[in-house]
Design a binder for this molecule. Structure first.
Ligand SMILES: [Zn+2]
Length: 130
């Protein structure tokens, strides 16, 4: 189980949900300017969990949308870990992740030392392919 109190978890969940809403808003803004997007005329936010919607968003070839979609997936995976009670534990070393770190970055999957090691060994796997 996690070392965080119920209140702390609740606080982080709200941060994540708020962030997800912001990202969806950003995506909708981009979509509103995109003529070829068939959902463009629909009011409301497309279900990003829907694979066909996700594919369309990827096809948009918009770097910001790509990043947002990826982050939304991260957030959803994080919320799932929360539900499973495995949240806030470093996936590398299994130690608890500091609440302060989680407040700044609720999607954190690694503690500080492990994150440092990870970033050194995985420098930018988002290299453009062009
Ligand atoms: Zn660690």
């Amino acid at each position: 189980m996690t070392h965080l109190s119920k209140d702390q978890i609740e606080q982080l969940r709200q941060l994540l949900e708020q962030r997800r809403n912001d990202l969806r808003g950003e995506i909708m803004e981009v979509l509103a300017r995109t003529e070829e997007f068939p959902y463009g005329e629909l009011a409301g936010i497309p279900d990003l969990g829907d694979a066909s919607v996700a594919d369309l968003l990827i096809d948009l070839d918009n770097a910001m949308v790509h990043r947002d979609v990826q982050e939304i997936r991260e957030i959803e995976a994080t919320l799932e870990r929360m539900d499973q009670g495995v949240y806030a534990t470093c996936i590398e070393c299994g130690l608890p992740i500091d609440f302060e770190r989680l407040q700044a970055f609720p999607e954190a999957k690694r503690c500080w030392p492990c994150q440092g090691t990870y970033e050194k060994t995985h420098i930018h796997d988002t290299t453009p392919t062009l």
